[in-house]
Design a protein around this ligand. Structure first.
Ligand code: AMP
Ligand code: ZN
Length: 465
């Protein structure tokens, strides 16, 4: 059985087929943080879901090429830098740094590219794309000096969000002081400079100003990954207008269908409520670490509910994550103690495939964790009864490492890399056959990876250099 994911565009679970004719590489674009503040745990639900997606594809043998942008110019960042009395770049830098630290704490694999909207190469592409849109009649400069996308020129507008286009496209010009636009739903590609922008400004063929948020993502996505992308993700609030606008802009410039598969995660709620500063239930990762929770526990809590189900974040949930991870650690320790040097095939009734199969089924993480803990329960029973062989324990450790390449649940203290474990097993074999030269060579290889191995009566003991 292959992989299937839910496509927000067709509203169906579809078999996953990459655009790459060789069927190997998958491109992913994910809307990254707006760096005007620390990212909150709702944002991190989206990033952890995207991490799970990437790692699942890699587990199934694909090579992922991933872009996550940093929105470092928009209304919020501009407001923030003026309030702080700092130049824009100086204001956003600490939030960019904090974001990367948070990604690491949550064990989220860094994207291959982290473009920032204000980089000259991306601003140049935004301007180029807007010029093409104007040339082709998809955009116009209004009396207020700003450039807008003409949604009436793109019949597919509204398809991703499944919106009624007639409601979106009232005929005739809207007569309102507030709107200089032909249509109330036309969105800004280039915003003419206003006093509130201060020194945040770029030159363009349409005068001084700055890009709109939507064109930033279209420019970075198509500029780095090309006109067609396999998967584009974000939280569900990104669907409209942001992703709808990205489709319109990109397709009108490139002439290609922009994205094959749209994936969105449902929002995170805190104690069943929308997270907001005023409700006092607004948390950043730092808040939770400050309360004594670990990045690994938060990762577990964010992963444990399938991305298309709403996630109700609670402190009981974090406590449950802590006990589940303690069980996982204890199981790993027991397997390590029981394992012999050589792996043996596992008996059929230890169902290791159920984990991957659950993820293949539209990233059903809760079912995958169910399968993992069922296997833990079953092997613990056999360890208690002394019926798990040392070879089976070794195979289960190898399987745990595969599972961990997706979940990244290893404990902070003793995460022994799979490579070191493999060398250790080979060294035990060498010693059993009295190949002392081989044993010494393997000890050096292990040392080169940052670990020392000592030979004791109980066998080899490993410690970090
Ligand atoms: P922003 O920094 O607001 O542009 O959001 C960054 C990402 O976090 C986007 O993909 C949003 O859709 C996502 N996001 C924002 N709030 C939540 C939430 N409460 N739950 C899940 N994802 C969210
Ligand atoms: Zn975006």
């Amino acid at each position: 059985m292959g992989i299937s994911y839910f496509n927000s565009l067709t509203r169906q679970v579809e078999p996953f087929v990459p655009l790459d004719p060789a069927g190997k590489t998958v491109s992913i674009y994910t809307c990254g943080p707006t760096v005007y503040n620390y990212a909150h745990i709702g944002n991190f639900r989206a990033y952890v879901f995207e991490d799970l997606l990437q790692r699942h594809l890699e587990f199934r043998g694909y090579t992922v090429d991933r872009v996550m942008n940093l929105t470092d110019v928009d209304d919020k960042t501009i407001r923030g830098c003026h309030a702080a009395g700092l130049p824009l770049a100086e204001f956003t830098q600490p939030f960019k740094d904090a974001f990367f630290q948070d990604l690491e704490a949550l064990r989220i694999k860094p994207a291959d590219h982290f473009p920032a909207a204000t980089e000259a190469v991306h601003i140049a592409r935004m301007i180029e794309m807007i010029a093409t849109l104007i040339e082709r009649g998809h955009a116009y400069q209004a009396d207020d000096g700003s450039v807008y996308f003409r949604i009436n020129s793109f019949p597919a507008y509204g398809r991703l969000a499944h919106l009624n286009l007639d409601e979106l496209r009232p005929s005739g010009r809207v007569n309102s002081d507030e709107y200089e636009k032909e249509n109330i739903a036309d969105f800004a590609l280039w915003k003419a400079w206003s006093e509130a922008d201060g020194d945040v400004v770029w030159e363009s063929p349409w005068g001084r100003g700055r890009p709109g948020w939507h064109i930033e993502c279209s420019a970075m996505a198509t500029g780095i990954l090309g006109p067609q992308i396999d998967i584009h993700c974000g939280g569900e609030d990104n669907i409209f207008p942001h992703h709808e606008a990205e489709i319109a802009q990109s397709e009108c410039v490139t002439g290609h269908s922009f994205v094959k598969l749209w994936m969105h995660c449902k929002h995170l709620l805190v104690e069943n409520q929308k997270m907001s500063k005023s409700a006092g239930n607004f948390y950043t990762l730092r808040d939770l670490l400050g309360k004594g929770h670990t990045g690994r526990e938060v990762r577990y809590a964010l992963l444990s509910v399938k991305y298309r189900e709403p996630l109700n974040f609670t402190f009981e949930g974090l406590d449950a994550a802590r006990s589940a991870l303690a069980r996982f650690d204890e199981w790993s320790r027991r397997l390590q103690d029981a394992a012999g040097p050589a792996a043996e095939p596992l008996p059929e009734d230890l169902k290791t495939e159920a984990f991957g199969a659950a993820l293949d089924d539209d990233l059903n993480a809760s079912a995958a964790l169910g399968a993992l803990f069922e296997l833990i329960r079953e092997t613990n029973k056999r360890l208690d009864a002394g019926t798990l062989t040392p070879g089976q324990a070794r195979s289960l450790l190898a399987w745990r490492d595969e599972v961990n390449s997706i979940l990244r649940f290893e404990s902070e203290a003793v995460a022994i890399p799979a490579e070191v474990e493999a060398l250790l097993a080979r060294r035990a074999e060498a010693r059993a056959s009295k190949d002392w030269a081989g044993s010494d060579r393997l000890r050096d290889e292990i040392a080169a990876l940052g670990w020392t191995v000592k030979d004791t009566k109980e066998g080899q003991k490993l410690s970090k250099i």
